[in-house]
Write a protein that binds this ligand. Sequence first.
Ligand SMILES: Nc1nc2c(ncn2[C@@H]2O[C@H](COP(=O)(O)OP(=O)(O)OP(=O)(O)O)[C@@H](O)[C@H]2O)c(=O)[nH]1
Ligand SMILES: [Zn+2]
Length: 365
Amino acid sequence: MTDGPGLTDARASNDGRSVARAIDAIRRGWPIAIHAAGEDALTLLAVETADARALDGFAPAGRYPVLISSGRAATLKLTNQLAAADPDLPVVVAPAPWLDFDTAVALADPALDLATPLKGPFRTEYIDRPVASLAAIRLARIAGLLPAFFIDGIDPDVTIDPVAIGRHQDATALRIATRARLPVAGAEDAEIVAFRAPDSGDEHVALLIGQPDGRPPLVRLHSECLTGDVLGSLKCDCGPQLQAAIDAIAAHGWGILLYLRQEGRGIGLVNKLRAYRLQDQGFDTVDANTRLGFAVDARDFGVAARMLALLGQDRVRLLTNNPAKVAGLEAAGTMVVERIPHHLPPNPHNERYLATKRDRTGHQL
Ligand SMILES: Nc1nc2c(ncn2[C@@H]2O[C@H](COP(=O)(O)OP(=O)(O)OP(=O)(O)O)[C@@H](O)[C@H]2O)c(=O)[nH]1
Ligand SMILES: [Zn+2]
């Protein structure tokens, strides 16, 4: 995403502030509005952080439609009431006497889907503010919240433009913040480089191993996984993949490990743990994301391409089994001259996860 002509720095920084305020507000349970050009404003109160009192303040008349993502609506079998004109568009669950606060929470959060049948019936409709509603779902993901909102309440203090949300996630705004020597197990001569964008709190890092020697670097895109990287979770392959990547790059002679702050494939730690809870109920990693209302993979590999460009690299050899990483890098201008598989032996806890990646998300051997 690039800035349009005539956009001043002051306007861009205003936008940045307004999106930061909006993220802060929805995380605290405060209402916001999203106002897209050519649409009426969409007022929103995040279901996850609201309580009955906040809802009463937002919708004193007791009428509050609930906006949910298309994936969540499909899980609840609510989309089949609608013509399939745009299957990605969020839907509105119309107010009903039985749509009280607790029922709205059950619409938003799949944790209890199997335990408690939803009250109903519900009537759904496509929202008449498509741009703002898609932006709302995106904002929930950036904030790490469940993608569900009470809508059409009182006018709040914070109003943002969807375009500003796009700029908030703009990879081209990333800059190198600082760098230092960092000896690590497996690569004592490594250097760490930290990256920041002015508007976003995400602090990505690159670990540079060895010295450039004219060949394209061996590169690994590692997405943050607190459970696997730090706690040694056996549910995924992240911890062993991280160490094996460092070892492979050191053995190759030179390369770069990008540590991307895109926890849970971009849905954040808490939502990933919600997905784990659904996996405890028998859903696989793909269906768990969908039931929560998220894309199967919400990462933006443009961030990685930008980091590589700032490090002077536009051709890489990539350690991955995931064709989406190759495609994402290439779309953002990094040429992948070779893909090198990065498999680690499975364990009894991650066997199904790895099989799902192979069978459902196109991971290659
Ligand atoms: N949402 C969600 N994220 C998960 C789950 N398991 C692992 N993750 C996240 O997935 C990301 C790890 O993905 P990667 O190691 O890049 O794996 P990949 O996309 O399969 O690609 P390669 O390992 O390169 O083949 C981390 O951000 C993890 O936190 C899950 O069940 N649900
Ligand atoms: Zn992991």
